[in-house]
Design a protein around this ligand. Sequence first.
Ligand code: PLP
Length: 387
Amino acid sequence: MDTFKEADSPSFIIDERRLLDAVGNVQRAISVTGAHLLYAIKAQANTDVLDVLRRHVSGFSASSLFEAELARSLLGDAGSVHITTPGFRPDEVDRLNELCDYVALNSLSQLERFTTAFTDTSIGLRVNPERSFVKDARYDPCRAHSKLGVPLRQLADLVETDFAALGAVDGVHFHSNCDSGTHAPLLKTVRHLSKKIGRLLAQVSWVNVGGGYLFSKQAKVEPLCEAIALLTDRYGVEVFIEPGTALVREAGYLVSTVIDLVVSSRGETLAFLDTTVNHMPEVYEYQYEPTVVGHVGKGKFRYRLVGSTCLAGDMFGSYAFDTPLEIGSRVVFADMGAYTTVKAHMFNGINLPTTYWVAENGDTALRRRFTYDDFVSRLGEEAHASI
Ligand SMILES: Cc1ncc(COP(=O)(O)O)c(C=O)c1O
C-alpha cells in the first residue's frame, strides 16, 4: 500500500524502520559510557512502539500510575520501571511500590511522607540543578519557582546541615533540558552537582540524568562520555538516561488532506487541512513549525497551512511546494512521533487520526480507527452516575 496516499485522512503513521534507526543511533552514542538506556514513555506510549523499544532498552520511565501500569504490563520481569512525578499521591503509592523498581521523589515533603510506602523500590530524590539551558520558561524545568525537584541550594544546605535526613535516599534524578542538540549542558550540570552535593552522590547507588537531548548524528559524544564518567568513576554509581524525543520523533508522520483553499484578506492562500493543532498541540503551545514533506523554501506555490477548528491560532505555518495544492491533495507532516498522539485531543468534536503501523518489512497495518463513541464516551453517560 502507498501509505501516504491510501491511508485514512487524517492519520498517524508510525514506521518501525525509523524507530529502529533512532534506537541504533542513541545506543551507539551511549554504548561506550556504560549508562543504562531507558525510554520515557510520556513522549509516545503507542503499544507497538513500546513493544519494539522494550527489546532495546533496560526499562521504561513513567510519569504517573497509568504509565507505570502500562510500562510493567509490557515489560513483565524483563526490564525496570522508573517513575518521577510531582503528583505522587497517598492513594497510589502502594500500587506504585508494586509496579516500580526505582522511584524519584520530587520534594523533601514527599521524602518525609512516602519513604515508608516504598519498601520494595529504590528511593531517589529529584533535584532541580538550578542551571537553565532552555530559553522558553514553559519548558524549562529549572525556571524560576520551578515545581520540578528539590532546588539544589536547599538540597546542598541539607547535605551540609542534616545529612542523616537523607539516609533513605539511594538515587539522584535530574532532568533539566529540552531538545538539546549537544550534550555540553549535561556535562556542565553534572560538574555543578558534583561540586554542590558530592557527598550525596557518594552515598547513592544510581543517578538518572533525565532526557531532553536529541542525540543528533552531528553531536560530539565527548561531553556525554565525560559527564557519565564523572558519575561512574568518581562516585561509583549506575547511570540511567531516559530520552523520549530522541527515540521516537522521527518515526512518526501525520497524513492530512486539503479540504478548502481560500485567499486571505492579505492575499495569502490558506490551505485548510482536515487535521488541526489538536493533533500536535506542541505546534500551538510552542509555536513550533512542523516539518512538511515536499516543502521547498523557494517553491513556486506558497500556502499558509491551517487547521480545521474554530481556534484562530490553529495554523501550522507558511510552506511552499513545486506543484500546486488542490482540494483533495495530501499534506504529510514528518517528525510527528513525539508528544503528538499522547497529547492529541478532540476539541470541537474533531475526530482523532487513525493510527497505522509500518513494520520493519514495510507491511502497513491499520491499528486504530476512532469513532463517535470514542468522542462521546468521555463526555456522556458516566458523568451522570452518582459518586
Ligand atoms: C523527567 C523526564 N525525563 C525524561 C523526559 C524526556 O524528555 P525528552 O522527550 O525531551 O527526551 C522528560 C520530558 O519532559 C521528563 O520530564
